[in-house]
Design a protein around this ligand. Sequence first.
Ligand code: SF4
Length: 105
Amino acid sequence: MTALEVDATEAPPRPWWMERAECRGKSELFFPPPGERPAARENRENRARAVCLACDVLSSCQDFARTQRELGFWGGESEIERAEAGFAPTTPVIGLRRHRSTRTA
Ligand code: SF4
C-alpha cells in the first residue's frame, strides 16, 4: 500500500479516558492563542493545571501526551515540562531556550 492508498477517513479510536476528561469544553485553557505573551501563558497554564489536578484520568492523559509528543497542556504538564521530562514535542517548543536560561540564571 502506498501513502496515496491510505484511507484518511479512518481516524484512530479515541482513548477511553478522554470521555472522562475534566477539560472537555475548556480547550482555550489548554492550547495557546497566537502570539500569547509569557505572563498570559503562565496565567492560562496555572488555570489549566488546576483543572488537571481535579481530573480522575490525569495519569493516563499524561502518559498519552508524553508518548504522542503532544503540543499544548496535557496531564498537568506544559510542553516545556514534558520536554524537560524527556518527552519533547516533535515540533519545536517555542520559548524553551528562554525558559531554561531564566531557570539557570
Ligand atoms: S489531566 Fe488535564 S488535560 Fe488530561 S484529561 Fe484531565 S483535565 Fe484534560
